[in-house]
Design a protein around this ligand. Structure first.
Ligand code: DSN
Length: 417
């Protein structure tokens, strides 16, 4: 048990909730978390999240609020904004977005009219729901035509994007992904967006921490707007930031967030974002980002040499996608089997998908969380070997037990903060 503080009050007021918190704490400590969009925040970030700033309403922006009593909220929000501006090298930042999807909604709302054409990466090829997937608001209220990866290389097909943009003239090009293991070539996107006068939007939610660490190119100075969630590789609380260098766009974004879409900002989250941004500006964080990628490469090599096919042949970032093929166990089967052994991944579609999204032929893995725990190349080889063992021995309870034992032994040596 690694309770980060005693939770004395909860013990008396709500044992049920306390019990579930403790169980989740234990699960997080004992499992190997390979979900590429998850991470473990520091205790300092959690303390700020649990602070009295949760009690305040502060509609508006620093020093222009609709409620009194905001003098410290003004300072905390200004601090978060200034730290983000410095860290990413941008002129304007809005830190009030509740999370990635609402922040992306605000970008649409700020810059487009309903029915305007847009483009984003096709979801089964790694794109995000809010970049124009058909069941999402981004397809209900806008007109998406999605670009794809080349099915041979499984990398973004820039010629396909150019053809689509020439034909459909989208007003907004979204770049970003939830399951793309390669680098985004920002200049290529910029060239295509300039050819048709579209806004270029970089959704760097997955890779923000890698950009800070210098292990992924930055879209700053290239994209018109940059959105990032704050809780993935950036290792902060659950929230979002929208950044730009354009004063008119900045004004529109602020108005879209409030009063356009949101009410009071979550000031406790803002406080925790400020803490996370301070942490992300340290040399240790740069080392962390570098290690995430080193770990992902070793994990990918181990899986490949264990006979698994990786989408695009490997990884340049924090994320790996295993393509299990069309026969045999599905992504769902494998993620459940791995979970039984204490290895947490998620089923995911692959570019040549034939199954339904709730079944899939892929497994998505990532190294941000295990790297936070201090695991390095040696542990990646170990984990890769365990994954191969489970995949090759599906439904073999004896093997599952052996793997689970090894997982517990490994995780006991690397504490969750
Ligand atoms: N849910 C996030 C992910 O897992 O990538 C994206 O929003």
């Amino acid at each position: 048990m690694i309770a980060w503080y005693s939770m004395k009050e909860l013990k008396f007021s709500d044992k049920k909730v306390l019990d579930l918190i403790k169980k989740e704490e234990k699960r997080q400590q004992e499992d190997i978390n390979l979900i590429p969009s998850e991470n473990y925040v520091s205790k300092a970030v959690r303390e700020a999240t649990a602070s009295v700033f949760t009690n305040k309403y502060s509609e508006g922006y620093p020093y222009k609020r609709y409620y009194a009593g905001n003098k410290w909220v003004d300072e905390i929000e200004t601090l978060a904004i200034e730290r983000a501006k410095k860290l990413f090298g941008v002129k304007f930042v809005n830190v009030q977005g509740y999370s990635g999807s609402p922040a992306n909604l605000a970008i649409y709302f700020a810059l487009l009219n309903p029915g305007d054409p847009i483009t984003g990466l096709y979801l089964p090829h790694g794109g995000h729901l809010t970049h124009g997937w058909d069941v999402n608001f981004s397809a209900k209220y806008y007109k998406p035509v999605q670009y794809t990866v080349d099915l041979k290389t499984e990398r973004i097909d820039y010629e396909n994007l150019r053809k689509i943009t020439k034909k459909h003239k989208p007003k907004m090009i979204w770049v970003g992904a939830t399951a793309y293991p390669r680098i985004f070539e920002w200049e290529k996107f910029q060239k295509i967006s300039k050819e048709i006068g579209a806004y270029l939007i970089a959704d760097i939610s997955h890779i923000a921490g890698l950009i800070i660490a210098g292990v992924h190119p930055s879209p700053v100075g290239i994209a018109d707007v940059i959105m990032t969630t704050t809780h993935k590789t950036l290792r902060g609380p659950r929230g979002a930031m929208i950044m730009t260098n354009d004063v008119d766009i900045a004004k529109k974004i602020d108005r879209a967030i409030f009063p356009g879409l949101q009410g009071g900002p979550h000031d406790h989250t803002t406080a925790a974002i400020a803490v996370a941004l301070k942490e992300a500006s340290t040399p240790q964080f740069k080392k962390y980002g570098v290690q995430i990628v080193k770990n992902a490469k070793v994990l990918a090599e181990t899986l490949s040499s264990g006979g698994l096919r990786l989408v695009s042949g490997g990884t340049d970032n924090h994320l790996i996608l295993i393509d299990l093929g069309t026969n045999g166990p599905t992504g769902k089967d494998i993620s459940l089997a791995l979970e039984e052994c204490g290895i947490i991944t998620n089923k995911n579609t692959v570019p040549s998908e034939t199954r339904k999204p709730f079944v899939t032929s892929g497994i998505r893995l990532g190294t941000p969380a295990v790297t936070t725990r201090g695991m390095k190349e040696k542990e990646m080889k170990k984990i890769g070997g365990l994954i191969v063992k489970v995949i090759n021995n599906i439904s073999n309870q004896k093997i599952y037990k052996e793997v689970k034992k090894e997982v517990l032994s490994l995780t006991s040596k690397f504490l969750v903060p």
